[in-house]
Design a binder for this molecule. Structure first.
Ligand SMILES: [Zn+2]
Length: 398
């Protein structure tokens, strides 16, 4: 059965062959989209749309590719709202609160983790996110890390083994033993459920990992057939970006504190024919920790591709909303509305090395977000407003 969505006031395709001059968004005004077998079969002006079995009149609304949230931690247990309140009333953020989530996640049943993860993914879907990446990292023991990833794999194909999130308290005096566990038995138990390996490379944080430790984690993951991504340069300048480029990571996430050499390394990673390393910015974390935002303009000026994601997690930023992230990127990081939307859709997809989502070219998955607004500008223009009126995933309205 084919479906035509018609009377679309503004269609964002992210297809450079369409809508020249729309900031890379491939905008088609007064458009239609034809969906067949869960894929995009046709896009263009509504006046020349081919016939379909079913027609849906969108009454001038804007249609976007579904958001691709390439960085989240949405499988966990416990509550850290009191920690947030303390931080907002003057306590500095050190990242130490993660032990609370680790203890609660270890104690949680698989059913409880599944229920929370399902609820958060539903919440994301309602806000237009049709692809999400989910990390482990709150187990920090073999059984719990594997349990987190089994649950995450039910929710998304984009699962990431992050056993090297922090060094748990019981290994504080023997970091080498924890590294041995992460790169050995834990990786072996988790790799079957994961597509990616990640590490929190932040030598300035005592419970995170230094350059050599991070390199060992990524190398072990790559040997196990996983693809690399890195948490880096969040709290201070450091080796995260350099290491991400060195190992060919698809993305280095946070990028809040960068040296000139880091920016050059990211830009240089795109010099060849193979895809380089994205800078994924997570401004909801800076918002929720009241920290300085990453310098998106510096990266864009250097030609570094930028993705935007939520980093939805119980500690440093518990927003699941890509529209909120787009609004922050525009207001606080001076990205244009077009740059922010591209980074939240096509950028997120490319940072996950996916070519079937994040755009609406013919053949793409029919993952669409319908805004109750005439254009994409309203995402940043009307922050905090529930503009998402319909979401379509794999060609079906959800
Ligand atoms: Zn994260």
């Amino acid at each position: 059965m084919s479906v035509v969505l018609t009377n679309i006031g503004e269609l964002v395709t992210n297809d450079l062959a369409q809508g020249a001059g729309s900031g890379g968004l491939g905008v088609v005004p007064d458009a239609a989209v034809v969906i067949e077998a869960g894929r995009i079969a046709w896009t263009g002006p509504a006046s020349s749309a081919p016939a379909a079995d079913v027609a849906v009149d969108l009454q001038g609304r804007c249609v976007l590719p579904g958001f691709v949230d390439s960085h989240s931690h949405t499988v966990f247990a416990g509550d850290r709202s009191a920690e947030f309140a303390a931080r907002m009333t003057g306590e500095p953020y050190t990242g130490g609160g993660i032990a609370t989530t680790v203890a609660a996640t270890r104690a949680a049943t698989e059913e409880a983790l599944r229920a929370r993860g399902q609820a958060l993914v539903r919440e994301m879907l309602a806000q237009g996110t049709t692809t999400v990446e989910i990390k482990s990292g709150y187990g920090q023991d073999v059984a719990t890390e594997a349990r987190m990833l089994r649950v995450a794999r039910e929710l998304t194909p984009e699962t990431t083994f992050l056993g090297a999130h922090t060094v748990p308290a019981e290994y504080a005096d023997d970091r080498a033993a924890y590294l041995h566990l992460v790169t050995g038995p834990m990786l072996a138990a988790c790799a079957p459920h994961a597509r990616w390996v990640d590490v929190f490379c932040e030598p300035a944080a005592p419970t995170a990992f230094d350059e050599d430790e991070s390199r060992a984690v990524l190398a072990a993951g790559l040997r196990a057939g996983l693809l690399a991504r890195v948490h880096g340069n969040q709290l201070s300048a450091g080796p995260g970006v350099r290491l991400a480029v060195e190992v060919g990571a698809a993305s280095v996430d946070h990028c809040t504190h960068l040296s000139d050499a880091d920016v050059d390394a990211l830009a240089g990673s795109w010099a060849g024919t193979a895809p380089g390393t994205f800078a994924t910015l997570l401004p909801a974390v800076e918002f929720s920790t009241r920290s300085p935002y990453p310098d998106a303009r510096r990266l864009l000026a250097a030609g570094v591709p930028v993705a935007l994601a939520t980093d939805c997690n119980p500690g440093s930023g518990y927003s699941s909303s890509m529209p909120f992230v787009v609004a922050l990127a525009v207001r606080e990081m001076r990205m244009s509305p077009a740059e922010a939307l591209w980074s939240a859709t096509a950028g997120g997809a490319a940072a996950l090395r996916r070519d079937d989502v994040g755009h609406l070219r013919v053949g793409a998955r029919a993952d669409l977000t319908v805004l109750d607004a005439p254009s994409h500008l309203y995402l940043a223009y009307r922050p905090g407003v529930p503009l998402v009126s319909q979401v379509w995933k794999d060609g079906a309205r959800v």
